[in-house]
Write a protein that binds this ligand. Structure first.
Ligand SMILES: Cc1cc2nc3c(=O)[nH]c(=O)nc-3n(C[C@H](O)[C@H](O)[C@H](O)COP(=O)(O)OP(=O)(O)OC[C@H]3O[C@@H](n4cnc5c(N)ncnc54)[C@H](O)[C@@H]3O)c2cc1C
Length: 824
């Protein structure tokens, strides 16, 4: 069987390309870029029925980063749905090999994830827990077993290893060609030596794709430019925050122990050393992510860059190599046959950026795919589903290009992509806030809250308070899986809210504004719930045509033809894309999230505080639960909503950013005598758990429908709305799984998310979110379980770092079950 050292595959395949054929003048979709990602999308589109699809490649296929990849493949990823897609990708290689008749040089050897200390072992236990409910074949093996399976590894450096059956390696060039040729078998075309020089949108929304060989008019275009993704984006004024990074791997001379081993050696990843390794012919291949990454061509990738490699710089990776040679001594003792330094593209959080670009019509991208041979198949599947069906079959939020907005500038992208490269195999703890690219967006309260001891986090580029220490010097915590030092401080914040009054910034909530004669009718159609009358608020789910959750939104009616929707800050660009897709002519829409900052007041004394800083009658009779006013608070103009996510009597006060400081001062002054305290996101998350309220991206996501998530209670079944047919079908069938809230009998540690839920040793679901409920003084979680285990009082078990803890399904919120406090 052929082996997979990339240079051995640099025998550029000239045969079979449609390089000399005439370009078509029209196509359903044009894909720009013939790396593994573009070819996989071409294959999936054609396989799923779009035959009229064309891929254009400026040189030969694999002329970007694809040809010099190390070709190692594995399923593990921080996001379970990406893991699923990686598993799909690996399984797909056999199919494309058969369809195309082109070898992908696949070796499924199985692979180790090596933990050299207890913390890494804990991390792997979390991964193992995910694998339980995802059905992935992973098991722990001892260091002794590691050495038995891979005699080159010195087991004394390791604590434990997670073994995955599906890992291995392939020939990157062969895999890319197999995708392209399989696409051809399904009816698609690809053209090499056909650089795209311009993309121009016609008034009818279709795209003219210009090349030296002619122009193709296409309904959709897809930027799969890889190393040139930024440049292809620039043709359309799109600034993608991706960055090519230099990356080294080495290949050894023949090692007798490898040559004489009866089977191909397994692949491996050593987290602490930040290395990956596998057998290459009769030697070994070892790649490393050095602690100080080197961005390549920050100003832009030259068009004449082709099949060159970069100058290796051994000094840069010397300490990683030293560590590796201690752990796999035979590699250190062998001669180095080749040292590869090649660039490939990273995104700000290390995950791909795919999907329809917000603000554009039929402009798609699949860029920043940094593990193209692990993820390319899954990216192709997802893109094809999205383009053909209008939505992917699973939640791909972790890869959605819309998770970044205007804040993700090219400079920010370079900083964060570099950070991500450096952290390729470095774990991020549940309480960890990554240091790079901070203060990209701040509110007027930033300095004030930091001076009061705020420990800040970042969401959608915006700094927001996580918790409050006793002062700036005190605002620190160590990354850990266990309860951290913020625990007691958060308890103090919860106590203030539950017993007196607290305030939290709400700049990080999304705000979407709709105006016009058709606004009510439009919202009635896109939202599944009730659209309120003027002066009132409602809570509503938003569904996809297939009945999956696509939003949980608070709707404010500011006037008969004027609405504001409040929702997930992270989803704001995704929602903007959603709303702009089919907006009628008599409705105007704007994402106004940055135009409205504010403070939410919560607690039994919040009414008294509010009363002291507004002339509005805010008594319970005059200003009821879910009322809203456009009025003045603290002397500044505001939108005042009587609603709260803490489960207490509370108010969200939204003001223009320039008034925020004044509003905050007024609240602090008036609140001093009432026990006012600032609180952060951790306290809010604790309190909403006590109410059993889910949050977007964790508990609510398009993997689930309204019935499964319990959001169906807010549906107005009497009207027509997007997703109704599917939602009705789901209601009739009854949910097969359900979101439940549980208490967990555990001390000193809490769930975060993605842990397995078990019944009698069998995985029956997973944790979507959780933590410590400070008022109720118990550990809690929310999670999806099979419907038969969702009954009130069901006893389950939850796996936290490999230990099983008893959990019990609750029937009602553990705090203020009938909502009396909130409605007071
Ligand atoms: C040293 C190294 C080791 C790696 N090891 C692994 C590994 O072990 N496992 C793994 O999964 N991944 C690995 N990778 C990453 C992998 O190579 C990338 O994830 C993958 O190649 C990305 O593919 P792509 O299609 O997005 O981009 P690219 O391969 O860069 O392809 C983009 C294509 O678009 C074409 N193009 C650009 N602009 C235009 C235009 N205007 N008109 C027409 N065509 C255009 C280019 O010519 C190019 O062929 C490694 C990368 C490197 C550098």
């Amino acid at each position: 069987m052929s082996d997979n050292f990339a240079q051995s595959t640099l025998n550029i395949h000239k045969e079979e390309s449609t390089g000399d054929k005439k370009l078509p003048t029209h196509a359903k979709a044009v894909i720009i870029g013939g790396g593994v990602v573009g070819c996989s999308i071409l294959f999936h589109l054609a396989k799923f029925g779009w035959k009229d699809v064309v891929l254009l490649e400026r040189d030969e296929l694999t002329s970007g980063s694809s040809w010099h990849a190390a070709g190692q493949i594995h399923t593990i990823s921080s996001d379970p749905n990406i893991s699923r897609l990686q598993s799909y990708t690996i399984d797909l290689y056999k199919e494309i090999e058969e369809t195309s008749g082109h070898s992908v040089g696949l070796h499924i050897t199985g692979g180790f994830y090596l933990a050299s200390n207890k913390t890494w072992y804990d991390y792997l236990k979390r991964e193992r827990s995910k694998a339980r409910y995802m059905g992935l074949n992973q098991e722990f093996i001892s260091p002794k077993e590691v050495a038995e399976r891979h005699p080159l590894i010195d087991p004394k450096h390791y604590h434990a290893a997670l073994w995955d059956d599906q890992d291995g390696d392939l020939d990157p060039s062969g895999a890319t060609y197999a995708f392209a040729k399989s696409a051809k078998v399904h009816g698609a075309q690809y053209f090499t030596h056909t650089p795209v020089t311009a993309t121009t949108q016609r008034p009818d929304g279709s795209w003219d794709v210009t090349t030296p060989r002619g122009v193709i008019n296409a309904e959709h275009i897809v930027n799969c430019g890889g190393l040139w993704a930024r440049e292809v984006g620039h043709m359309q004024g799109i600034n993608l925050p991706v960055q090519p990074m230099e990356h080294h791997y080495l290949i050894t001379d023949k090692i007798d122990a490898v040559a004489n081993h009866p089977t191909r050696l397994p692949a491996g990843i050593d987290y602490e050393a930040n290395i990956y390794f596998r057998q290459e012919r009769q030697g070994m291949l070892l790649g490393t992510y050095e602690p100080k990454g080197t961005p390549w061509k920050v100003g832009g990738t030259p068009w004449d860059f082709g099949h060159e490699l970069l100058q290796p710089d051994l000094d840069r990776i010397a300490d990683r190599l030293e560590m590796s040679f201690e752990r796999i001594p035979a590699i250190g003792e062998a001669g180095i046959k080749d040292m590869i330094n090649g660039p490939f593209t990273f995104g700000p959080d290390g995950n791909p950026m795919i999907g329809p670009v917000p603000g554009m019509k039929n402009y798609w991208c699949a860029v920043g795919v940094m593990a193209g041979f692990c993820q390319g198949g899954g990216v192709g599947l997802t893109m094809a589903e999205w383009m053909i069906d209008g939505e992917p079959s699973i939640d791909v939020w972790a890869m959605d290009v819309a998770r970044f907005g205007e804040f993700a500038t090219p400079d920010w992208g370079t900083v964060k992509s570099t950070e991500n490269y450096e952290r390729r195999f470095v774990m991020t703890f549940p309480n960890e806030t990554l240091p790079k690219g901070r203060m990209q967006k701040t509110t007027a309260l930033y300095d004030r809250l930091v001076a009061k001891g705020a420990r800040m986090g970042q969401g959608f580029g915006l700094e927001n308070a996580l918790w409050f220490a006793d002062g700036p010097e005190d605002a620190h915590e160590e990354p850990t899986f266990e309860r951290n030092r913020s625990h007691d401080y958060v308890a103090r914040e919860v106590k203030a809210v539950r017993e007196a009054v607290g305030g939290i910034e709400v700049a990080n909530f999304a705000k979407h504004e709709f105006k016009g004669a058709g606004a009510r009718a439009y919202l009635d159609r896109v939202l599944a719930g009730y659209v309120p009358k003027p002066g009132r608020l409602t809570l509503t789910p938003m569904l996809t045509p297939k009945g999956k959750l696509y939003g949980d939104l608070t709707v404010a009616c500011l006037g008969e033809e004027h609405f504001m929707l409040f929702g997930s800050g992270a989803m704001q660009e995704a929602h903007r894309r959603w709303f702009e897709k089919d907006l009628p002519a008599d409705v105007t829409y704007q994402n106004v999230s940055d135009d409205w900052h504010g403070i939410a007041l919560s607690g039994p004394k919040s009414r008294e505080l509010l009363h002291r800083i507004t002339r509005e009658d805010v008594s319970g009779e005059a200003f009821k639960f879910r009322d809203l006013r456009q009025t003045f608070v603290g002397g500044v103009p505001v939108i005042l909503n009587r609603i709260s996510f803490s489960g207490e009597l509370g108010y969200e006060i939204y003001c223009k950013p320039q008034y925020l400081l004044r509003l905050a001062e007024a609240i602090e002054e008036a609140g001093a005598a009432l026990g006012y305290r600032w609180y952060g996101a951790r306290a809010l998350m604790s309190m909403r758990l006590e109410k059993g309220w889910g949050v977007w991206t964790l508990d609510f996501r398009p993997d689930f429908d309204a019935a499964e998530s319990g959001m169906d209670v807010f549906i107005n079944w009497k009207k027509d709305f997007v997703g109704k047919e599917a939602a009705l079908k789901a209601r009739e069938a009854g949910p097969s799984r359900k979101l439940v809230t549980m208490t967990i009998d555990v001390d000193g540690i809490d769930v975060s998310n993605d842990e397995a839920i078990l019944k009698d040793g069998e995985a029956v679901g997973y944790i979507s979110s959780g933590g410590y409920a400070h008022h109720a003084q118990t550990s809690m979680a929310m999670g999806y379980v099979s419907a038969e285990h969702a009954e009130v009082g069901t006893k389950l078990q939850v796996e936290i770092l490999g230990e099983m803890y008893d959990a019990e399904v609750l029937g009602a919120p553990i705090y203020d079950a009938n909502g009396a406090n909130m409605r007071a």
